[in-house]
Design a protein around this ligand. Structure first.
Ligand code: GDP
Ligand code: MG
Length: 686
């Protein structure tokens, strides 16, 4: 199985409830991974194996699993669809080579489908679409395809046609082979009949095939030649053409079926093998030299120096499983790796190929593989693992800032200790989780991406790690920045254990255009007022002060801090003194520059029947929304795009439901920060 062309690293992405988990369970069953099918609604799905997930019937953590189909190794990652777990989707997309996008055949493209589609665009991931749930009343393959074209702007290559509809859905016409695949009866769908296209569909199938050939001709010379010459195009030529079109990222193959009724999943597996890229067919990952920042490319070659990206940690009480995607070189069991971020070398003990909650030990990991390792203590999500002699930093996935927080108060000092350990572990695991001590109340504040995310984090702490604590209700995670430029200094002078300690630091601050950035630079006019040996301590003091809010409750972002001077005294200056002095200088300078309170802003996509437009827009205006656009869509539906402060979005699901008698739907994602209106800033912040 070492032949790279026989590996597929894929993810399944979708709007929540489109059927990702149900599709995955079928895939596990048909590829022989599982001997029975676990159903989501029975709380028994194999990929949703955390207790939390089985209770809620949704997927929270991306679980990786390896399976085999037609002599190909498919590494599959099941990702959650809920906006709160966007980090899981981002980090999966970063390490995947291709994706299956699942749609609900009744709704077609939904709000969250657009979000994941945009994310997949960002990571240039080639895609296959699977229109699921064609057994449901009101489902329509044609309408779903139309919504994929219109709303996602995708060039579709429709490879199938449904046979029967809704309760009568029996299978699909394979437009390439010009055969019908029919699943009879209500069995588990392992076997199906390949028959001639039913007479009543023959003409339509011929038209659809012509359309497919015409569309593929734009991407593939062999198909174009036949098409223009009016010659028949055989299935293999067409397949190769679809493959190159999908790999180019400019078109998507579209298939259909119903996972719950066990129809149409095997052809989807075929399509994964036929149309999605192997690790050798995707561009080499971008990386840089950790010292010089020079770009480095690493070939997908087992003999090249080793490089892998850590995309997920799963910590339980027994230690961490470190999930990695290998890009180049070979790493053996017990081998050494170097982590350029942590500047540390360490040894992997065992390497496992993961099968949902099961694991299989393997001797080595090669390019293109996705495995989990045990024994790494310093790796965090987003880290590169490489060789010390040939260091490289691979570009990690990007994660948004947290938007909601919650206070946690441990009940005993033993609980407090355990909490600290757990928080450290959870930060390494989840890049959209953050925590800090509130300087005013002494409480521990945890932050995340949404109410559900915080709820899950809370349960991990309280249940999985058994910390006993009081927990507050979720609040918006505000930020601060500076209103203008400013300059000030801070110093530290104190006798500690009979020894005087001293340091002083002078800072200049200025606001940055990009609020998500934070920079520290040095400009002490060539003087060595602060010896080089203390620079790291000064920078740590500034970064800590910014994170903890510089004397107020919320982290400072969007600022460039320049160290412009300082004073060191021989014998009296220490790292500690400089760290504290820098923190004080930062706080003074933020006050001098003037504080500006920021609130997180969401991009909200709403689809509502036209008759409720007025109410929905009126309600949005009361929520301080900025309407970016309204678009009329088929079926008397309007698509509204707006930005709304997160603080105004609590309880929105229920409100939208009651305004529209349950017929409007929305999706949202974080889209940065905006200044709070002064009257509100005074209330929530200072
Ligand atoms: P996910 O959130 O995308 O993982 O969606 P799930 O796989 O959890 O499915 C959501 C719900 O839709 C569950 O109740 C499934 O049983 C149901 N479902 C999934 N696929 C189908 C299908 O093909 N037909 C019908 N009627 N229901 C389905
Ligand atoms: Mg799921």
């Amino acid at each position: 199985m070492s032949d790279l062309s026989r590996i597929r690293n894929i993810g399944i992405i979708a709007h929540i409830d489109a059927g990702k988990t149900t599709v995955t369970e079928r895939i596990l069953y048909y590829t022989g991974k599982e001997h029975r099918i676990g159903e989501v609604h029975e709380g028994a799905a194999k990929m949703d194996w955390m207790a939390e997930e089985q209770e809620r019937g949704i997927t929270i953590t991306a679980a990786a699993t390896t399976l085999f189909w037609r002599d190909h190794q498919i590494n599959l990652i099941d990702t959650p669809g809920h906006v709160d777990f966007t980090a899981e989707v981002e980090r999966s997309l970063r390490v995947l080579d291709g994706a299956v996008v699942v749609f609900d055949g009744v709704h077609g493209v939904e709000a969250q489908s657009e979000t994941v589609w945009r994310q997949a665009d960002r990571y240039h991931v080639p895609r296959i679409c699977f229109v699921n749930k064609l057994d449901r009343a009101g489902a329509s393959f044609d309408r779903s395809v139309l919504s994929i074209q219109r709303r996602l702007g995708a060039q579709t290559l429709v490879c199938q046609m449904p046979v029967g509809a809704e309760r009568e859905f029996q299978g699909v016409v394979d437009l390439l082979e010009e055969k019908a695949l029919l699943w009879s009866g209500e069995g588990l769908g392992e076997s199906f009949d390949i028959v001639d296209i039913p007479a009543d569909l023959a003409e339509e199938a011929e038209l659809h095939r012509l359309e497919l050939v015409g569309a593929v001709a734009d991407f593939d010379d062999a198909v174009a030649e036949a098409y223009l010459g009016d010659e028949p195009v055989d299935a293999d030529t067409l397949r190769a053409g679809i493959r190159s079109a999908v790999l180019s990222g400019k078109a998507v193959a579209v298939l259909c079926g119903t996972a719950l009724r066990n129809k149409g999943v095997q052809p989807l597996l075929d399509a994964v093998v036929d149309y999605l890229p192997s690790p050798a067919e995707v561009p080499a990952p971008r990386g840089e030299d950790p010292e010089t920042g020079d770009p480095i490319e690493r070939p997908c070659d087992p003999d090249a120096p080793f490089a892998a990206l850590v995309f997920k940690l799963f910590g339980d009480r027994h230690g961490d499983l470190v999930y990695m995607r290998a890009y180049s070189g070979t790493l053996k069991e017990n081998g050494h790796v170097y982590n350029p971020r942590a500047k540390r070398g360490e040894r992997v003990q065992q390497i496992y190929r993961m099968h949902a909650s099961q694991r299989e030990r393997v001797k080595e990991v090669r390019p293109g593989d996705i495995v989990a390792a045990v024994g790494l203590k310093f790796a965090s999500t987003g880290d590169t693992l490489c060789l010390k002699a040939e260091p490289v930093l691979l570009e990690p996935a990007r994660f948004p800032e947290t938007v909601l927080s919650m206070a946690i108060e441990p009940k005993s000092s033993a609980d407090r200790e355990r909490l600290e350990e757990v928080l450290g572990r959870m930060t390494r695991d989840d890049p959209t989780f953050d925590w800090r001590e509130d300087p005013e109340t002494g409480q521990t504040i945890i932050s995340g991406m949404g109410e559900l995310h915080l709820e899950v984090l809370k349960n991990r702490m309280l249940r999985d790690f058994q910390v006993d604590a009081n927990v507050g209700s979720p609040r918006v995670s505000y930020r601060q920045t500076v209103a203008a430029k400013g300059r000030a200094k801070g110093s530290f002078e104190k006798e500690i254990a009979g020894k005087p300690q001293y340091a002083a630091v002078q800072l200049a601050l200025e606001p940055l255009d990009n609020l998500e950035d934070f920079e520290i630079t040095w400009d002490t006019g060539g003087s060595l007022a602060i010896p080089q040996g203390f620079h790291a301590a000064v920078e740590a003091g500034i970064a800590d002060a910014a994170r903890s809010g510089a004397g107020q409750s919320y982290p400072v972002i969007g600022v460039k801090a320049t160290v412009v001077g300082g004073v060191a005294r021989a014998d009296e200056s220490t790292e500690l003194a400089f760290e504290v002095a820098a923190g004080r200088a930062f706080e003074e300078t933020v006050d001098a520059a003037g504080r500006l309170a920021l609130e997180p802003l969401m991009r909200v996509d709403i689809r509502t029947p036209n008759e409720y437009m007025g109410e929905v827009l009126g309600d949005l205006n009361r929520r301080r929304a900025t309407i970016l656009g309204t678009d009329a869509e088929a079926g008397d539906v309007t698509h509204i795009v707006a930005t709304v402060p997160l603080a105004e979005m609590f309880g929105y699901v229920g409100m939208l439901r009651s305004l529209s008698q349950g017929r409007a739907a929305h999706g949202m994602e974080p889209t940065g920060y905006q200044a709070l209106p002064p009257a509100m800033a005074a209330k929530v912040l200072f």
